[in-house]
Design a protein around this ligand. Structure first.
Ligand code: DLL
Length: 447
C-alpha cells in the first residue's frame, strides 16, 4: 500500500530517535522563551532547557494538564502573537469553558500532512472520493479530515455530521470510496441502509476511517459488514493537533501508528506519573515536537492505553498504540469498583442474540449505586418473539428473553464482579449517534 511520506514513515528507529532529540531540544528552548507558563513551570521544576539532551531526559520535564489550558483560557498559552493565528478550534467538553487550540499556517500544513498520512495508511489514494461525515465547526474532525484529504489529492465531499437521509443519498449518488465518521455514526448509517434494504455489496464504500470516540472489534465487524468496507482507527485530540495523531494501517490493523516525528508519546502511571514500559496500560502523554502556535510539553491526555515498539508488518517504524481502554476521568466507580464502559462492551460482544448498541445508566437508590445495562436484541430474536415492544411482561413471559437476560447478568458478574440490571431493548431503541460523538454512559448520580 503506497504511503504518503514513505521516507518519514519508515525512518529507521535510530534516525527517528535522533530527529526527535533534535526537535525536543528545539521545542523546549522555544517554549521556555515564548510561553511564560512554561518558563515558570520549568523554573519551578528546576530544569533548564540545556538539561534536555535526548528523549531519555523527557521525565525531567513537568507535565501539562487540561486544567492548565483552562486556566489560561483562551489565548494564554500561545507562543506566537495572536495575529499570526490562521485558525482556532475548540473542544466542547462536558463542563465549563471549552478548551481552545490555535494554529499558525505552518501548524495547519502539519495538520494536513499527518491526516494525509493517516488517510493513505487507511487505504486512501489520490483521486478517491472521501465522504467526510465528521462535524465541521469548532470540532477538529471535519476540517481536519477535509484538509488532509485535499492534501492527499482526494475529492472531498464535506457532508459534515447529521441529516442521515441526505448522507445516504449522497453515498448512493456520488459513490465515494471512503467514509470518515465516528464509529457510532457509521453504525447509524449502516442501520439506515439496512432498513431501506440496500445490500452492502451495492454500497461503493471500500474504506472507513473511524475515530473520535472509543470503539471495539464488535463495532468494527458491525460497520464493516453493514457498509461493506474495511475500517481502521484514527485517533487524535484537539490539544495535540486534532485527528491524525495516530492511525491504524490497513495492512495489519493491529494498533495505531503514532506519527512520532511530530508527536512524542509516553505512557505513564496515572497515579504517580512514572513512565511505564511497552505493553503496560497507563495514561498517554504527548509532547508536540513541531507545533508553532501552541506547543505542548508532556500533555496528559487522560486516555488509557499501551504502546508497543514491536516492528509492524506494514513497514512503518513509528510506534503503535492500542485501542483506548477508557479515560482517567470516565472511569466509573460503582459500589467502590472501578469500571470502564468498554469492559461491558467487551462482554456483550461475545453474546449472540444481542447487537452492539448499548447504554449504561448509573443511578443511586437509597445510597446504593445501581447500573442498568441497556442492550438491543437482534432482529432475528425480536421477530421470533413477535412482540411490538419488549415490555416487562413480555420479558418475563418469554423464556428465551429471560434466559438471555440472565446469562448477560451472570457473565458481567463473573467477569467484573458487579451485579447489574440488564434491560433487553427492541432493535433501534437504544439512542444512536446523530453525527457526533455518542454518549454511552448516563450517570444520574452526577446530575
Ligand atoms: O476527537 C479528534 C478526532 C477527530 C479524532 C476525528 C479522530 C477523528 P477531541 O474532540 O479533542 O478531538 O477529543 C479527543 O477523543 O482524548 C479521546 O478520549 C477521544 N478519541 C479520539 N479519537 C479516538 C479513538 C477529536 N480513535 C478525545 N478511539 C481523545 C478512542 C478517541 N477515543
Amino acid at each position: 500500500m503506497p504511503m504518503f511520506q514513505p521516507d518519514l514513515e519508515t525512518l529507521p528507529r535510530a534516525e527517528l530517535r535522533q530527529l526527535q532529540a533534535e526537535r525536543l531540544r528545539g521545542i523546549v528552548a522555544y517554549t521556555y522563551e515564548h510561553v511564560p507558563f512554561y518558563r515558570e513551570a520549568f523554573d519551578a521544576a528546576g530544569v533548564r532547557p540545556a538539561d534536555i539532551r535526548s528523549v531519555d531526559d523527557l521525565p525531567r520535564l513537568p507535565f501539562t494538564r487540561k486544567s492548565d489550558l483552562r486556566e489560561h483560557y483562551p489565548f494564554g498559552l500561545l507562543a506566537v502573537p495572536r495575529d499570526r493565528l490562521v485558525r482556532i478550534h475548540a473542544s466542547s467538553g462536558t463542563t465549563g469553558k471549552p478548551t481552545v487550540v490555535a494554529y499558525t499556517q505552518r501548524d495547519i500544513d502539519l495538520f494536513a500532512e499527518v491526516v494525509a498520512r493517516s488517510l493513505a495508511a487507511a487505504g486512501a489514494r489520490p483521486g478517491m472520493i472521501l465522504h467526510n461525515a465528521y462535524g465541521y465547526g469548532l470540532f477538529t474532525g471535519g476540517l481536519g479530515l477535509h484538509f488532509g484529504g485535499e492534501r492527499l489529492g482526494m475529492t472531498v465531499v464535506p457532508v459534515s455530521g447529521g441529516v442521515t437521509e441526505r448522507q445516504l443519498t449522497l453515498i448512493l449518488d456520488f459513490k465515494p470510496d471512503m467514509i470518515a465518521a465516528t464509529p457510532s455514526y457509521a453504525q447509524t448509517l449502516a442501520g439506515e441502509f439496512a432498513k431501506r434494504g440496500v445490500d452492502p455489496e451495492a454500497i461503493s464504500l471500500r474504506y472507513g476511517i473511524l475515530g473520535a470516540e472509543p470503539w471495539t472489534e464488535t463495532i468494527r465487524e458491525h460497520v464493516e459488514r453493514g457498509l461493506g468496507l474495511t475500517a481502521t482507527n484514527i485517533y487524535g485530540l484537539s490539544e495535540v493537533i486534532g485527528p491524525g495523531v495516530s492511525q491504524e494501517c490497513v495492512e495489519e490493523r493491529a494498533g495505531s501508528h503514532i506519527w512520532e516525528d511530530h508527536f512524542l508519546a509516553e505512557v505513564v502511571d496515572p497515579a504517580t506519573g512514572e513512565p511505564l514500559p511497552d505493553g503496560a496500560v497507563g495514561e498517554l502523554v504527548f509532547t508536540t515536537l513541531t507545533k508553532e502556535a501552541m506547543p505542548l510539553i508532556r500533555y496528559r491526555t487522560g486516555d488509557l492505553t499501551y504502546i508497543t515498539h514491536e516492528p509492524c508488518g506494514c513497514g512503518r517504524t513509528h510506534v503503535r498504540m492500542g485501542p483506548i481502554r477508557g479515560r482517567t476521568d470516565d472511569m466509573l466507580v460503582v459500589r467502590g469498583l472501578n469500571l470502564y464502559p468498554t469492559q461491558i462492551e467487551e462482554i456483550l460482544r461475545d453474546i449472540p442474540d444481542v447487537v452492539p448498541h448499548y447504554q449504561l445508566v448509573v443511578s443511586r437508590d437509597a445510597g446504593l449505586d445501581e447500573v442498568e445495562v441497556k442492550v438491543e436484541v437482534t432482529d432475528a430474536l425480536f421477530r421470533a418473539v413477535g412482540q411490538e415492544v419488549l415490555s416487562a411482561e413480555v420479558l418475563e413471559a418469554d423464556q428465551r428473553l429471560r434466559a438471555l437476560r440472565e446469562s448477560i447478568g451472570r457473565k458481567i458478574r463473573d467477569t467484573i464482579g458487579l451485579r447489574v440490571t440488564v434491560s433487553l431493548m427492541a432493535p433501534g431503541s437504544v439512542p444512536r449517534s446523530e453525527g457526533g460523538k455518542l454518549r454511552r454512559v448516563i450517570d444520574t448520580r452526577a446530575l
